[in-house]
Design a protein around this ligand. Structure first.
Ligand code: PMP
Length: 411
């Protein structure tokens, strides 16, 4: 008899049966407040009736219209609709199925468009699991352990993770930009550097928001040297941070935007977006994929955009994100085992001084009926990522559970 591979490390041990809104129901009858949202995917909540209906209707009409063979209306309409929410100058989209694939698409595009081999990524960044994306990932050694050699041409600059530097944000940012200049002057000359890949909020790396001065510094250097600025909005897009895009908080305009998780409420769909002029510099035929732009996923994405707009989910994320962050800070008071609490919108992280206490707090929350994940290089950060449809009452219930969980984990 076959069994699941032990490679599938299980974060919660919960066998789920069905979900509705912010709640997951397990096979054993237990109910969980889901503050993981499928790792930031199910922003409209589990099985939102409008997403279910849109997908159901599309399944009966056309499931798969392979996009290099035939075109279909959901893909065209989605492209038009996304055009309205993308940053200025970004008006061309390319679709694949996962964050990693979209990152690789952006890697190919930026190398081809510039004719330069290198990319610069930032410490603590997570860009995916495929070999190229894993080569660009530095949020933990496990993501590339044992399968070297990795892809070449990747250089790593520091990210202003002020808490870990033990500095204030301004000092950390100044240091990071100086190190970036040093890198450009030594190991990765501008004439060899195609792109910077940066997350507006480090996700897997520990829920660390970037800041305006840092991203302005990247934009300025990109402009000066003809380097492309790629924002990895896989985890931060579609209202997750309280603005439509994570980078909207920081006043920068990227050249390339990569998005996935919140795009289609759980259906596999991701996109790389750039100007048509930049896309035209890619090599024809070098990008594609059998399942990219799946019709059902596109229909679900269209319904997702409607739900986000009609239910005011970006504002809900901003307002309830603040409530959650304030509450998590209040919970942390007095615990020397908690070093920092930070976040943006409905991405809130509590950093423990050691990973073991973080793991115990996560387990205590699960026991009390709330699903949480960890992140950070050692799993020392417990993160809260509820669906954007979360209510104030659910946030307060989560904070009560969290308070009891931290008490139990540190007792
Ligand atoms: N980039 C970021 C910022 C991510 O958070 C993730 C997934 N956690 C990825 C890329 C990779 O996405 P996927 O797992 O869909 O390949």
């Amino acid at each position: 008899m076959a069994a699941l591979s032990p490679l599938l490390a299980q974060a919660t041990g919960v066998l789920v049966d069905h979900g509705a809104g912010t709640t997951l129901y397990a096979e054993d009858g237990r109910r969980y407040l889901d503050f993981t949202a499928g790792i930031g995917v199910t922003s409209t909540g589990h099985c939102h009736p409008r997403i279910v209906e849109a997908a159901r209707e599309q399944v009966g009409k056309l499931i798969h219209g392979q996009y290099t063979t035939v075109m279909h209306r959901p893909l065209l309409t989605l492209t038009e609709r996304l055009g309205a929410v993308l940053p200025d100058g970004i008006d061309s989209l390319f679709y694949v199925n996962s964050g990693s694939e979209a990152i690789e698409a952006a890697l190919r595009l930026t190398r081809q468009a510039t004719g330069r081999p290198n990319v610069i990524v930032f410490h603590g960044g997570f860009h995916g699991r495929t070999v190229a994306a894993a080569s660009m990932t530095t949020s933990g050694t496990r993501f590339s352990a044992g399968f070297s050699p990795l892809m070449g041409g990747v250089h790593v600059a520091p990210f202003p993770y002020a808490y870990r530097y033990g500095w204030d944000e301004a000092a950390a940012t100044e240091f990071c930009l100086r190190e970036l200049d040093y890198l450009l002057a030594t190991l990765s000359a501008p004439s060899d550097t195609a792109a910077f890949f940066v997350e507006p909020v480090l996700g897997e790396g520990g829920y660390v928001p970037a800041n305006a001065a840092f991203l302005a510094g990247l934009r300025e250097r990109a402009d000066r040297h003809g380097i492309l600025l790629v924002v990895d909005e896989v985890q931060t897009g579609f209202g997750r941070t309280g603005r439509f895009w994570g980078h909207d908080h920081f006043g920068v305009t990227p050249d390339v935007l990569v998005t996935a998780k919140g795009l289609a409420s759980g259906f596999p769909l991701s996109a790389m977006a750039a100007s048509a002029e930049l896309m035209a510099r890619a090599w024809p035929g070098s990008q594609g994929g059998t399942y990219g732009g799946n019709a059902v996923a596109c229909a679900a994405a269209l319904a997702t955009l409607d739900v986000i707009a009609d239910e005011g989910l970006v504002d809900n994320s901003a307002v309830l994100g603040e409530r959650l962050l304030d509450g998590a800070r209040a919970v942390a008071k007095g615990y020397e085992q908690i070093g920092d609490v930070r976040g943006l919108g409905l991405m809130v992280g509590t950093e423990f001084t050691d990973a073991e206490t973080a793991r115990r707090a996560q387990a205590a929350a699960i026991e009390r009926g709330m699903l949480l994940l960890t992140c950070g290089a050692h799993g020392q950060v417990v993160r809260m990522i509820p669906p954007l449809v979360v209510t104030a009452e659910e946030v307060d219930e989560a904070l009560e559970i969290w308070s009891a969980s931290v008490a139990a984990a540190t007792a």
